[in-house]
Design a protein around this ligand. Structure first.
Ligand code: ASP
Ligand code: MG
Length: 423
């Protein structure tokens, strides 16, 4: 059995959905679990909807109308027969969403977020599944919350692997028993709790879903279908000359994803590595191209690879009395970062201060800084960039930092990270 993952860009319009069907038609003799994300930029739109409901600064209904018409546009193009059951099905799903936003929100923002944002994946999978069946690719829609169970850390659900394994064995695998060409379509990004609430696994989490299902179902491989030819050594958004990497070891893939290579979600690789399941990153535009394979072959990357993160904030934390920064301070500081769910991209410490670079999250960061300031002196500098180079050399560092001021530099054997101030 194989796992395929189709992200938002691959199903952003009717042609995208048709293309998913044509890719699946290339695999008539395979059992496939198809994991689908929300269509296009719908997760962002749903985030705006949550904010409108929660903070009441904006009217939610206009946002909801846009989300509805976006989907019905696609449905209208895919299903010329207006009495097709998908029309009713999606209407009913939107009624659920209406109810969800009419209820007075609880005090827990993250809980409300997951309740609403998960709908992007529920809707996209219903549309994709209906279309597949319409064009003769027989498939079954499954609610992934019946398999993937998490704790109740909303927006960052931690997978309960044991329970998930049990549920996959019980609810998912029987579907493929004795079959050589069954397809199921299910949601990326979301999970369920023991109390039957919905969680999400963190933005861009659908890759992770593919890995969880591949691990628990012992898939032979996973393919992530993308709008790029594979994993490149640099982001084409920032660089003209990029090279596709043919093969990447699990270890390098973990490092690259951890430092922010946007084509792979950081948590995706580990479960695959544990079972030596290869991961292919392939183009949904040119499905015949080889793409990139991530597997256990240990050879180092062929060329230096760079990762840019923009909108970084460099925070320096020191004890108010200028004393040394010691173990108790670290545990105190790390606990606060964990509690406020702020991820540290790079860190460095000196005798009296501890510096970190983090993404500039407008909601989480002010709270974190306020709390830190109770016990520490906190300085911060925003609008910075974080450059990470895997398999660096001096000439690459020179080339990438021309005209930029280096504020922090951390080197290890294979990787250098630089926090820089752009011109
Ligand atoms: N739809 C979710 C997001 O946009 C998950 C994903 O696409 O992987 O973050
Ligand atoms: Mg996506």
């Amino acid at each position: 059995m194989k796992v395929f993952k189709f992200g938002g860009a691959s199903v952003k319009d009717a042609d995208g959905v048709k293309n998913v069907a044509s890719i699946l038609k290339r695999y008539p003799d395979e059992n496939i679990i198809v994991v689908v994300s929300a269509m296009g930029k719908i997760t962002n739109a749903l985030e705006r909807l949550v904010n409108a409901v929660y903070y009441k600064k904006e009217k939610p209904f206009a946002i909801l109308e846009d989300i509805k018409s976006y989907h019905f546009d696609i449905i209208n193009q895919l299903f010329p027969n207006k009495s097709h059951s998908i029309y009713n099905e999606i209407n009913n799903t939107f009624v659920e969403l209406d109810w969800a936003i009419e209820e007075e929100p609880t005090l827990d923002y993250n809980f409300e977020y997951d309740k609403i944002v998960c709908m992007g994946e529920i809707i996209s999978t219903k549309i994709v599944n209906a279309y597949l069946n319409e064009v003769g690719v027989s498939s079954k829609w499954c609610d992934v919350r019946d398999f993937i169970q998490t704790d109740n850390t909303y927006r960052e659900g931690k997978v309960d692997w044991e329970l998930t394994q049990t549920l996959v064995n019980k609810n998912l695998l029987p579907y493929f028993n004795g079959s050589a060409n069954s397809i199921i379509v299910t949601q990326g990004f979301i999970g369920g709790t023991s109390e039957n609430y919905t969680t999400t696994l963190g933005r861009e989490g659908s890759d992770y879903t593919a890995a969880i299902l591949a691990f628990t179902a012992n898939a032979e491989n996973v393919t992530i279908w993308k709008d790029v030819p594979g994993v490149l050594n640099a982001d084409p958004k920032y660089f003209k000359e990029t090279q596709k990497l043919e093969q990447i070891s699990y270890q390098d893939a973990i490092e690259l994803a951890y430092y922010g290579v946007s084509v792979i979600h950081p948590k995706t690789i580990k479960p695959l590595q544990n079972k030596k399941i290869p991961l292919y990153v392939k183009s949904f535009i040119n499905p015949d191209d080889s793409g990139t394979v991530i597997n256990e072959n240990q050879s180092p990357l062929a060329v230096p690879s760079y990762i840019f993160k923009v909108n970084q904030v460099l925070i320096s934390i020191s004890p108010k009395d200028f004393s040394f920064i010691v173990e108790e301070n670290f545990s105190d500081i790390f606990n606060l970062f964990a509690e406020k769910q702020v991820k540290i991209n790079v860190m460095q410490n000196s005798a009296i201060s501890f510096s970190v670079s983090v993404d500039n999250d407008e909601r989480k960061l002010p709270e974190l800084i306020k709390t830190l300031q109770k016990n520490y002196r906190v300085l911060y500098n925003d609008n910075l960039e974080l450059i990470t180079i895997r398999y660096y050399n001096q000439s690459t560092i020179g080339k990438l930092t021309i005209g930029k001021k280096i504020l922090l530099e951390v080197r290890s054997r294979y990787t250098v990270q630089l926090v820089v101030k752009p011109d």
